[in-house]
Design a protein around this ligand. Structure first.
Ligand code: PNW
Length: 462
């Protein structure tokens, strides 16, 4: 059994479920822009214009969460829905009302909201002036965060700043996500640099205005960043490989827990930059003041885990690129069970190993597993049950055998939704959505009933 008080919940993200892409004064995001201007970017040429229509049907989502017995709902706010041009001079009241209604509906159903400020849908107006490559983004983020904290701070206790920093910067370093700049080895490092500066701006800005202190003391509000990591398993070779996750997970966790990027990352990118004949490193430096400011701007750890990879020493990837800088080759063992997503292989023990790493490296912070889930084509829901059963078992081992401070999980996802480049063909939901029906009918899958029983069993002791 999980310890008393362990919280079960589920996640979504604004662009993947809301639809209402231009409803009631919403501005355009980089995902609206990309999917409209380059429909071929998505394998199925689909987009999030309507998605699950959660903008109109959010009560159905809350009903589904309630039906399963979920205690947490982790969703994100669409920045351009509340600030159509990204800046504070134009506020869209209808957008603010939407999230207020959703939060009220959750609270009325005893479901705790866990709210992310940024799950990849940057206002296009900000992308037009450089997006995450523009150092001023830190101030824009502060303005936005300030508005959101002021509006919902008395109702929301759990905050996420940025979902999967690593995925955000890959929108600048590859064609994987919007804005698909493919500035590998340069733009991605710059975007990561500005991204790390953004939440501390909001953190200190609010602190100076005493709002943050207020929440901390009176409302137990927390600010955190969600760090994405695929756990890399070390291949046993005579030459010990360096840890690739210093370039993904560590890149974003180190600064907030320890003050700067991992030393090995600094050393390798500086060395490679020099060898390329550059005067300055492709990985920008923080000032000492920034290091001090960023250090400690975290109250809890959001851990997304889906899969693992093997690593071995070797040079691969575009020149230059973050991948090449790692001097490692990443691969999947062919024996690992595959899924509908080429990057997800089923390796439950990875979540325990990663949780242990978080404990050892960052002082055992309060942790919630903020994503974990199984993709199929609507055909392998029983395997999804197996996936959750084995991953939850590993989380229990992490708690009881390794002493990890994990207090909850929000699985991905409560409903089938727009799976980025895979459109609607890859499904992560425990609740099926009929995308062809006018009211996007939601139907509980077997995995939802399995979860319902699982949670009910645990509530017997709570
Ligand atoms: C996460 N990869 O994204 C996101 O937070 C969700 O929005 C998404 O739907 C979910 O995982 C499932 O994909 C990732 O290729 C997408 O390594 C792809 C990768 C990692 C994370």
């Amino acid at each position: 059994m999980f310890p008393k008080g362990f919280m079960f919940g589920a996640s979504t993200a604004a662009y993947q479920v809301e639809g209402g892409w231009n409803a009631d004064g919403k501005g355009i995001s980089i995902w609206d822009n990309l999917t409209h201007v380059h429909p071929d970017f998505i394998r199925t040429r689909e987009n999030g214009d309507v998605a699950d229509d959660s903008y109109h049907l959010y009560k159905e989502d809350v009903k589904a969460l309630k039906a399963v017995g979920m205690q947490l709902y982790r969703f994100s706010i669409s920045w351009p829905r509340v600030l159509p041009n990204g800046r504070i001079n134009q506020i869209n009241q209808a957008g603010l009302d939407y999230y207020m209604n959703l939060i009220d509906e959750l609270l009325a159903n005893d479901i705790t909201p866990v709210v992310a400020l940024y799950h990849w849908d940057l206002p296009q107006a900000l992308e037009d002036i450089g997006g995450w490559l523009n150092p001023d983004i830190a101030q824009y983020f502060e303005e936005y965060a300030d508005l959101i904290f002021k509006t919902y701070g008395d109702k929301v206790k759990w905050w996420i700043t940025i979902n999967e920093a690593w995925s955000v910067i890959n929108g600048y370093g590859s064609f994987a996500w919007a804005p698909a700049k493919n500035l590998h080895g340069t733009g991605d490092y710059l975007a990561g640099h500005n991204l790390l500066r953004a939440p501390w701006e909001s953190f200190t800005g609010l602190y100076q205005r005493k709002i943050f202190t207020l929440w901390r003391q009176n409302q137990y509000g927390v600010l955190w960043r969600n760090v994405f990591a695929r756990h890399q398993m070390r291949q046993k070779t005579s030459q010990q490989p360096r840890d690739v996750i210093n370039f993904s997970f560590g890149w974003f966790a180190h600064p907030v827990f320890k003050g700067d990027c991992p030393p090995i990352m600094r050393e390798m990118v500086d060395r490679n930059s020099k060898a390329e004949g550059r005067n300055v490193s492709r990985l920008p430096y923080f000032t000492q003041e920034e290091i001090n400011e960023i250090n400690g701007t975290v109250d809890w750890f959001g851990l997304n885990y889906y899969t693992s990879m093997m690593t071995k020493n070797g040079i691969t990837g575009d020149n230059p690129s973050t991948l090449r800088d790692t001097e490692m080759i990443q691969y999947w063992d062919p024996s690992w069970p595959s899924t509908a997503s080429d990057w997800v292989k089923v390796i439950p023990q990875g979540i325990r190993a990663l949780a242990k790493k978080v404990k050892e490296e960052y002082g055992n912070p309060l942790t919630i597993v903020t994503e974990n889930g199984y993709p199929d084509h609507g055909d392998r829901d029983l395997d999804r049950i197996g996936y959750f059963e084995t991953h939850l078992a590993e989380i229990r081992r992490a708690i009881y055998e390794d002493g990890c401070n994990i207090v909850g999980i929000a699985i991905w996802s409560i409903i089938d939704n727009f799976e980025w480049k895979d459109g609607y063909t890859v499904k992560f939901g425990i609740v099926e959505v009929d995308f062809n029906s006018p009211n996007k009918t939601r139907t509980l899958k077997k995995s939802a009933y399995w979860f319902k029983n699982y949670i009910a069993m645990h509530k017997l002791i709570q």
